[in-house]
Design a protein around this ligand. Sequence first.
Ligand code: NAP
Ligand code: MG
Length: 401
Amino acid sequence: MAKIQMKTPLVEMDGDEMTRILWQIIKDELLLPYIDLKTEYYDLGLEYRNETNDQVTVDSAEATKKYGVAVKCATITPNAARMTEYNLKEMWKSPNGTIRAALDGTVFRAPIQVKGIEPCVKNWKKPITLARHAYGDVYKNTEIKVPGKGKAELVFTAEDGTEIREIIHNFDGPGILQGIHNTDQSITSFAKACFSYALDTKQDLWFATKDTISKKYDHNFKDIFEEVYEKEYKDKFEAAGLEYFYTLIDDAVARVMKTEGGFIWACKNYDGDVMSDMVSSACGSLAMMTSVLVSPTGVYEYEAAHGTVQRHYYKHLEGEETSTNSVATIFAWTGALRKRGELDEIPELVTFADKLEKATLQTIEEGKMTKDLALITSLEEVTVLNSQDFIKAIRETLETL
Ligand code: NAP
Ligand code: MG
């Protein structure tokens, strides 16, 4: 059969350790035999990032802006141990952080549901997509451990020297203080990314904060979402039969438990951190999650939500067998290929992405899976496969579809 032809290259960001090994097997077994794969390749493996003084990461982000769609392998974020392990010139920043900053994006994550791996919440029939604002609040805070009696004030000094001043608390004894911030620009980008993604995936959008208690800070998030919605998205939502609604975060948490799923839940940075871990663990595993970074201008970067699976990689280097789950990495590729197919109007590419996802899920439903899933499945007849054989089993299923 003739291979599927592509028009615009995908930005391919290779990565590290076990996921780099899976990356190559996925390409060899599941993509190259079927697609005349057109990619612009960037090696974000730590060695090459170090060699290029991390320029390769910046270049890959620029290429993503140029072409519109990227697929990324998991990468090492260096720490002290990696400095020695890779003999690094500098403790390079997290590539995800660099790319997110360049694209000004919001991360959307949704569990990949499959028969045999049931969510703990019985009525969740469809995936719940978490949209997490990835800037500011408690992740960019300033803190003081108050030593004793004294007055704490919140002061803003404008460029012209005028001050806004509020008393936070008159301390009678020791305590703690925290200063946090966000910007209208970042919140607006977040809102636009959420509304665009909801339209793109044809799902309702929920947004929740604690505006009754935080009458200026959280209320500002609520107001900006409302303003962006009214100005740019209300008509489009109505035309698509979709709903946007705002509610209090505690109400949202209670309602989420009672729904069937199938919507997008936008969360402030901290809420998103906590709630995405709750949703993903209730649905099985980090290797069964899709993750896509969407910019307000409609640029997409697909990735796996998990890391480089270092522990498995060291076993692999020792010559031991590994059973690493490649589903999230396969879905990063299918997400990117489908989007490229939609943008370039290549229906065969869209169909291929659908088929590959179907083959992946069907393989698991037939009882062929990696060890992480075998430990939690409700299926009775299970064959545990190693990293490579699992991908080969998916190819066998794919050939039958
Ligand atoms: P990790 O790679 O997510 O793995 C943590 C553990 O989770 C593994 O040891 C494994 O448990 C399990 N696991 C994760 N993914 C799996 C998969 N696909 N199949 C089977 N089991 C899986 O996190 P980490 O070990 O803390 O981090 C390793 C490196 O990844 C770090 O250098 C970190 O900087 C980087 N990282 C990158 C990204 C990214 O690029 N998006 C995200 C997070 C972390 P068992 O060992 O019990 O089998
Ligand atoms: Mg977390």
